[in-house]
Design a protein around this ligand. Structure first.
Ligand code: F0G
Length: 478
């Protein structure tokens, strides 16, 4: 069948994730939790009655029509795979022009064969992170339900993307963002401010801000843009469609992704569930979700406490007991990878579904491992922010454990651009240990062997020439 452009909103609906409830709602509702039982909602499609392509390669024809914004978008050119919106309601800013790049220097660091480690560089999005994939879908839904005030809590990238979408479009959207004070990297805060969002810094961290934004959205009827919004995850599925496209529609062996609020991992799992159901892939990649050590709820719950999907009925006592422990010990998430500094991931349950379907694994990596991996990614050509490098650090760990083989084909998702968090990068490379700790707190991260220190030299031609002779031929990163 050829790909039809039309979509039909009656063929898509929202459904509660809880198998004992399975409440359904139309896509014209904006509620963000099941009104009956409070569980997460999914966007579900009546695939039998929808036009879907016979082969994923049919999507390639869209590129020849790229003057059409819906074919240009790296999300909406796959719109038959997220068919909840009438095309004339779609809000796009040209998101998703991203790259899957083989990275042999990074492959060497991770312990992979040349050509077998690929980096999906989502920093190329208009707001500099993968969030734009989700925002285009959520803004489309917001437009469908006539929402104007849109809000999120954020560790920085969601708020940056939200601010960009509000300012770059002309549908009257007003951005309200909640951030934990001191908890957001400068690049991201600067975006929120520059793009004109009402920026509310609350005394607390992301988990506190998340709790508050839900209350405020509920009380004031504001549209919620966090990844509890199931429409956002529909857009984020497209990251996987583009990975497959770049691999000539051949699924890789592994997708490795940092885990924070667990929206990406949940969306990736849903993408593969649907592609398999539709017969568009015959093999599903394994999924590795990587927590930072200082924000390791998923890793603890799955790895230590054995939490699993169980057909939609994970043992809530396990989760509640863990959160109770966190509260009792007043434990707060703490990692240099501020984007994933989250202890209560809202999409936990959907992530368990993804892990179940994709034979997934979860690991935690230290801040030192994250920063070293980030430096190797940078030296390999694509700059990323600390949280993104958790994927590479995680792949390295799984290689060392022998879970990933050197001959496997591994895709690490680089979720955000290097310039999002210049403070962490500059401190890692240049500061002495005291200064480093002053800037970033004592997190046990040392400059390590990959630091590329700036060289201080007098403003004197002979000194400068001597210095170049001394350093220019030294091994990079030495
Ligand atoms: N990487 C980056 C750069 C992020 O900004 C985030 C999340 C993640 C990874 C984790 O992704 O939540 O889908 O598991 N940032 C959110 C924010 C929480 O507010 O910007 P996830």
């Amino acid at each position: 069948m050829s790909i039809a452009i039309e979509t039909a909103t009656d063929l898509a609906y929202q459904q509660c994730l809880n198998p004992a409830c399975r409440n359904t709602l139309g896509v014209d509702q904006a509620v963000f939790a099941c009104p009956r039982c409070g569980d997460l909602l999914d966007v579900v499609y009546d695939w039998d009655r929808l036009p879907v392509p016979d082969r994923l390669s049919d999507f390639e024809a869209k590129w020849s029509r790229r003057l059409d914004p819906l074919c240009f978008s790296g999300v909406w050119r796959f719109r038959e795979l997220l068919p909840f919106a009438p095309p004339d309601q779609i809000v796009t800013i040209g998101e998703g022009q991203t790259l899957l790049q083989p990275a042999d220097k990074v492959a060497q660091y991770v312990g992979m064969n040349p050509g077998n480690l690929l980096l999906q560089y989502e920093g190329m999005n208009p707001s500099g992170s993968f969030k734009d994939n989700g925002m285009t879908a959520a803004f489309t839904h917001a437009r469908m339900v006539n929402a104007r005030r849109v809000a999120c809590a954020s560790t920085g990238n969601t708020s940056a993307a939200l601010a960009v979408f509000c300012s770059a479009t002309s549908f009257g959207f007003k951005a309200i963002i909640f951030v934990g004070s001191g908890k957001i990297a400068y690049g991201k805060l600067s975006q929120a401010l520059d793009h004109g969002a009402l920026t509310i810094q609350i005394a607390g961290d992301f988990d506190d801000a998340m709790e508050r934004v839900k209350q405020v959205a509920d009380r004031l009827g504001i549209y919620l843009m966090n990844s509890v919004n199931p429409f956002r995850l529909e857009g984020q599925k497209a990251i996987m469609f583009r990975v497959l496209e770049a691999l000539n529609w051949e699924p890789p062996d592994w997708i490795v992704v940092p885990g924070g609020n667990l929206g990406n991992s949940s969306a990736f799992g849903k993408a593969f569930i649907e592609l398999k159901h539709l017969g568009l892939i015959d093999r599903v990649p394994r999924l590795a979700v990587i927590n930072a050590f200082g924000a390791r709820t998923l890793s603890e719950l799955v790895g230590t406490h054995g939490l699993s999907w169980l057909d939609g009925t994970p043992d809530e006592n396990v989760t509640n007991a863990y959160y109770h422990l966190l509260d009792a010990s007043k434990a707060k998430a703490s990692t240099i990878a501020s984007a994933i500094e989250i202890n209560r991931p809202v999409n936990l349950k959907k992530c368990l579904r993804a892990l179940d379907f994709c034979d997934g694994v979860v690991r935690q990596v230290s801040d030192q491992e994250i920063m070293d991996a980030k430096a190797r990614v940078g030296a390999g050509g694509l700059g990323c922010e600390p949280a993104s490098a958790a994927s590479v650090a995680g792949a390295r760990k799984l290689r060392e454990e022998g879970v990933i083989a050197p001959s496997d084909r591994v895709v690490c998702i680089l979720t955000g651009h290097q310039l999002k968090d210049p403070t962490a990068t500059v401190a890692y490379h240049s500061a002495d240990q005291d200064q480093f700790e002053k800037v970033l707190g004592s997190r046990g991260v040392k400059r390590a062997g990959f630091a590329n220190r700036p060289v201080v030299v007098a403003n004197d031609l002979d000194d400068i020439i001597r210095m170049i002779a001394l350093y220019a031929d030294a091994p990079a990163g030495g």
